[in-house]
Structures are given as C-alpha cells and as structure tokens.
Design a protein. Structure first.
Length: 172
C-alpha cells in the first residue's frame, strides 16, 4: 500500500530475531496497562474503538505480569482519555494504569482508582428506578459495595449490580 501523506507510515509492530513480534512505542497517545487478562476487548468497546477509525491501536492479551499474573495492554496513538472514559474503564479494569505519552515519553502515569460512588456511568437495570423515567432528569448514582468481586448498589432503588453485568449497562 502506498503512503499518500507526507508523514511516515506507522509501524506498530516489528519482527525481532527469533521470530518474536514486538509492539513498538507510540509517539503520542495513551497506554492502558495492567488490564485484567481477557478484559481488553471491553476496554476497546468502552473507548468506541472498532478498528474502522484512523488511530493506530495495539492490543496485547494474556501476557505475563509479575504484578497481576496475566494482563492485557491497549495502546492508542493520538488519543488522550477523558474522565468519563477513565471511570468506565475503572469498572472493568480496576487494576489498570494509564500512561499518557508525548514525544515518545511518559508524561503522566496514574493508577485507576474506583471511587466510592459512581455517577452517570451505568444505567440502573431496574426499569422502575427513578433514574429510568424520561420525565425525571436524574443521573444514576451507585455506591461501591465490594471491589473484589465488584458489586454496586443503586442509591435510588437499592438494586445491586454485579461485575458480570456492568459492561452491558454503560450509558451512551
């Protein structure tokens, strides 16, 4: 494929001696590391990454980690996350770290922290909850009951939401 821009083509992967494939560093963007093994696809979904946009995305799944056993990593070039995206990621990858990269250097590294209360990130599965009424502009508000396994309680109707249901309840 011919490069039609003045910019060099991105080369997110390169082959090393011995047939191993290495994911190259990114120049500008975000690296989400220490994602619980098998959860990277949920992170991509949260970020709205389908593979049809122009950003270079690197994904590594089920790689060894001395800190959490096995982990996934997501690298997204030329994209920096907003606080709402970080809050959503905290629900599916509470051990993750977010590294902001500028000019190939880490300028900020933060560990995701699940707050005590979560507002407006997931909808309540209870159809009778006041937050689901169209005429009531009330944002959902959950209290974190348990971190491992994750369990949330709606502060309006007391409905409990388990870790397995969280990713199906994200709001727009």
């Amino acid at each position: 494929m011919e490069n039609t821009t003045d910019r060099p083509m991105a080369t997110p992967m390169s082959e090393e001696a011995g047939g191993k494939i290495r994911i190259d560093k990114i120049v500008d963007g975000t690296v989400i590391d220490h994602i619980r093994a098998g959860s990277a696809l949920e992170v991509l979904k949260i970020l709205g990454i389908t593979g049809k946009t122009g950003n270079v995305v690197s994904l590594a799944m089920n790689i060894r980690s001395s800190r959490i056993g096995k982990k996934d990593i997501v690298k997204v070039e030329n994209r920096f996350l907003g606080s709402a995206e970080v809050a959503r990621i905290a629900l599916v990858a509470p051990e993750a770290t977010i590294n902001l990269i500028k000019d190939s250097k880490v300028i900020k590294k933060t560990r995701i922290e699940l707050p005590e209360t979560i507002t407006g990130v997931i909808k309540c599965p209870n159809e009778r909850c006041v937050t689901n009424k169209e005429r009531e502009p009330i944002k959902t508000k959950y209290q974190v009951v348990s971190r491992k396994p994750l369990q949330l309680k709606c502060l309006y109707c007391w409905t409990l939401v388990d870790e397995s249901d969280v990713s199906t309840l994200f709001t727009g």
